[in-house]
Write a protein that binds this ligand. Structure first.
Ligand code: PMV
Length: 333
C-alpha cells in the first residue's frame, strides 16, 4: 500500500531545549509553536507486504530524480520505520521518498516536518489512521521532538507530559485564528554542523539552564494569552527572548555549541532597527544560523524587503501560519 502526505515545518515561540529522554524525545518543559505554510515536507511511503528486504529511503528532487540521503539520515529514517512496523506487527519493507520545499537542516526544522510526514505516510501505508494524540506521540518516537508539533496546523502546544502516554501536542488555535507571517532570513543554507540532538543533550550543562526552567512557565502563559488575544506586541518580546536564550544556553554548554554566524547578528540588529522605524517585527531562531522574523500580514512586504537588502542574507523565504498535514494528490515515487 502506498500513501503520500505533506506536513508543515514549525517555528517555536517557546522552545523545546533539553529532554528527560532524548531517544523518545520527552521534553523537560512544554513548548509552543506555529506551523508553517510554505516550508513543508512531502513524503511517499510504499509498504510492500511480506517482502523481507531492507527498507529504502530516497530524497526526491523537484524534477522527480532520486538520490540517496546521507548515511545518518537514512539510518534514522529506517530506525523510525522499523519502530512503526513493529508497533503494528506487520512484515514487509518500506520504500520511501521525501522532499523538502526549503533548505534542510538549517534552522528551519526540517526534522519536524520530515518526521511528521514520514510518520503519517508510513502509518497510512501500513493501513492505519492514527488520531491526533497517537500521531504526535509516534512522530516524537523518531527522536525529533519538534515533529510532535508538526502533526497539527495553526498554533500548537506540546506539554511536558507526566508520563510517556501524556506527551503529545494539542492545538491552541487554528491557522485562521491569526494570520501571522514568518519571514525567514537565510544566512546559511547548508546543513548545520552540530545536530540539535547534541544541543539538547548538553543543555543542562549550561549554568543558565536552571534559570531558564524557572522562566519558561511565565513565558508559556504570556504566549498562550498573546495568541488568544492576537497581540503581537505581547508575543514579540517573548519569542525574541526565547530565540536568544536557546543560543545563550548552547554557547554556554560544556562543551559549547555555536550555531550563529556573524550575519545572524546583522539580521537581529536590522530587526531592532525595523522596530525603531515603527514596524512590529520580532526575531526568533531555532538551532541554526537563520533568523525567523514574525510580523503581521500587512508588514510582511516591508520586512521581506528590509531583510533581503541586509548584508549576508542569501535568500528570504516568505512564510506564514499554515494548516496541518494533508494527503498529496500524486505520489513522489
Ligand atoms: O526537533 P528536535 O528534536 O530536532 O529539536 C529541535 C528543537 C528546536 O527546533 C531547536 C526548538 C523547537 O522547539 O522547535
Amino acid at each position: 500500500m502506498k500513501a503520500s502526505v505533506e506536513a508543515p515545518s514549525n517555528i517555536a515561540f517557546v522552545k523545546y531545549w533539553g529532554a528527560r529522554d532524548l531517544e523518545r524525545a520527552i521534553p523537560n518543559h512544554p513548548s509552543i509553536s506555529m506551523s508553517l505554510s510554505v516550508c513543508r515536507s512531502l513524503c511517499t511511503a510504499d509498504f510492500r507486504d511480506g517482502d523481507g528486504g531492507a527498507d529504502d529511503v530516497w530524497l526526491i528532487e523537484e524534477d522527480g530524480t532520486r538520490r540517496r540521503p546521507d548515511a545518518k539520515f537514512s539510518e534514522r529514517a529506517c530506525r523510525h520505520l522499523d519502530q512503526l512496523r513493529r508497533l503494528t506487527e506487520r512484515r514487509g519493507r518500506f520504500v520511501v521518498g521525501t522532499r523538502n520545499t526549503f533548505p534542510s537542516a538549517a534552522g528551519i526544522a526540517s526534522s519536524a516536518s520530515g518526521f511528521a510526514a514520514l510518520t503519517l505516510a508510513a502509518m497510512r501505508a501500513l493501513g492505519r489512521e492514527p488520531d491526533g494524540p497517537e500521531l504526535s506521540s509516534l512522530a516524537r518516537l523518531s527522536g525529533s521532538g519538534s515533529a510532535a508539533r508538526s502533526v497539527l496546523g495553526g498554533y500548537v502546544e506540546w506539554p511536558r507530559g507526566a508520563t510517556d502516554d501524556e506527551c503529545f501536542a494539542f492545538p491552541l488555535a487554528a491557522a485562521s485564528h491569526w494570520d501571522l507571517r514568518d519571514v525567514i532570513a537565510v544566512v546559511e543554507a547548508e546543513a548545520k554542523k552540530v545536530p540539535s540532538r547534541d544541543g539538547h543533550r548538553l543543555a543542562s550543562s549550561s549554568p543558565h539552564y536552571a534559570r531558564r526552567r524557572e522562566l519558561v512557565p511565565g513565558r508559556l502563559e504570556t504566549v498562550r494569552a498573546a495568541i488568544h488575544d492576537r497581540d503581537l506586541d505581547a508575543l514579540g518580546p517573548v519569542i525574541e527572548e526565547e530565540g536568544i536564550e536557546l543560543h545563550l544556553i548552547a554557547m554556554s554548554s560544556r562543551p559549547p555549541v555555536y550555531y550563529w554566524r556573524p550575519e545572524t547578528l546583522a539580521v537581529l540588529a536590522r530587526v531592532r532597527e525595523l522596530r525603531e522605524e515603527g514596524v512590529s517585527a520580532w526575531s526568533t531562531m531555532d538551532a541554526g544560523a537563520n533568523v525567523h522574523v514574525i510580523c503581521a500580514a500587512a508588514e510582511e512586504p516591508a520586512v521581506a524587503t528590509a531583510l533581503a537588502s541586509t548584508a549576508g542574507v542569501e535568500r528570504v523565504i516568505r512564510d506564514g501560519v499554515g494548516d496541518g498535514p494533508r494527503a498529496l494528490a500524486s505520489h513522489l515515487l
